[in-house]
Design a protein around this ligand. Sequence first.
Ligand code: AMP
Length: 511
Amino acid sequence: MANPLHDALFAPLAERDRPLMHLPDGGVLSGRAFHGLCAQAAGALRAAGLEAGDRVVVQAEKCPGMLAVYGGAVMAGVVFLPLNTAYTPGEVEYFLADSGAKLLIADPARADALAPVAARCGALLETLAPDGTGSFDARAAARPKGFAPAPRAPDDLAALLYTSGTTGRSKGAMLTHRNLLSNAEVLADLWRFTADDVLLHALPVFHTHGLFVATNITLLAGGSMIFLPGFDRDAVIAALPQATAMMGVPTFYTRLLDDPRLSRALVAHMRLFVSGSAPLLAETHAAWEARTGHRILERYGMTETSMIASNPHDGDRRPGTVGFPLPGVELRITDPAGGAVLPAGETGMIEVRGPNVFCGYWQMPEKTAQEFRADGFFITGDLGRIDEDGYLGIVGRQKDLIITGGYNVYPKEIELLLDAAPGVRESAVIGVPHPDFGEAVLGLLVAEPGAAPDTAAIAASLRNRIARFKQPKALLLIDTLPRNSMGKVQKNELRKRFAGAFAPPQPASTG
Ligand code: AMP
């Protein structure tokens, strides 16, 4: 009986003695050895009482054993639900309760804090450690290295990935075998992955980028990975000469550019650098090309849809764009208000349809219905524009759109101007409450190291370039932009922090 993800990604490993993972301690795990770990994890999931369709929540450090739980879940037909390691026990409780998972696998260091959480949710708690000393590790080690995969249909769930949920409740995106496999097939082909590829893997494996894009493509192509526990600049620099490809978030690239060891010679063996999960500044793209001779390939996707668009492997990779819709993915730009399809060149809501698009939010039929059109297009919540050559540009999230005095301001347009100003390293433009305008545009600037940007001169330079309503009512210098683990700027945090920037003065106390 078939199990689409197992058959395409994991089954071939059983016959493979070549390396699959190169580990930081110099160890190497062959495909066959990793397949054995997956089968043992599948056996341990079954022994813990999980049947096909049940959920397992995993909040553990990145290590081969953690990835083997993904493989084991696929084999056992169990739905894999990985969590950001930064989540607090209170947050874990929400995911555990919401998903109704029967088993929580956590780092041993968190076992005490999570035991009451698991008990309240009626879930078993097991631990998993990079050195193999967790209770789940022990249970898995006692299982056979073979497992008859559970039959699964293409539309059966493989994973439940919760969105980062900066507003409201975090939602569980239901991803099927078809969703994940179709995306891996398209990307492996588009980005020319082969069995000769060695992927430098420094991304977390609780997020679609490191878990599905990076891992599934490598498995499908029969390549191998340098599997690092996280992004450590020295470790990445040491590994680059052995790798052929790297997938990263934009901060990987800016941090490497800050290091004098980054040179053409260091990356001579590389064939591809991919960036995504947050916008890559055109300036970073240019600086990377000047230093290394490589043009970064930027792509765009989200938890709910896996990857949607990509710059070409062979054609022109255009900075500031995310390229073209992937083969098999339909994309249109619509009027955010009424939903009418807009002509090319206009900015609006990005909507997508295709085998990559998830099948809904876990136990939220109303939320799901709101975010899909009747014809099956998913409303991404991102605003974008397709240029005359068909390249898609992301303008930002709709919720970041600023409405000031009734006019729409797209933060990205202003950020691009601010980023290019003298002494400015990067910027974020947000809307904050304003007594007259409803919202006012506020520009936050981070200086280049050692520079002191002249905010008055920058404000003056914008005057003739953009309409008055778009000009920030104030420009403030801040030390850094708050980012999450995927490099996304946390505008919510900035909005909270600067909410009072234009508040009317409080009446003096008469007390
Ligand atoms: P997540 O679901 O955490 O993967 O976040 C998805 C969101 O990240 C998208 O909806 C976009 O807003 C943003 N994103 C992903 N890739 C890019 C990119 N290349 N450029 C700009 N924004 C991106």
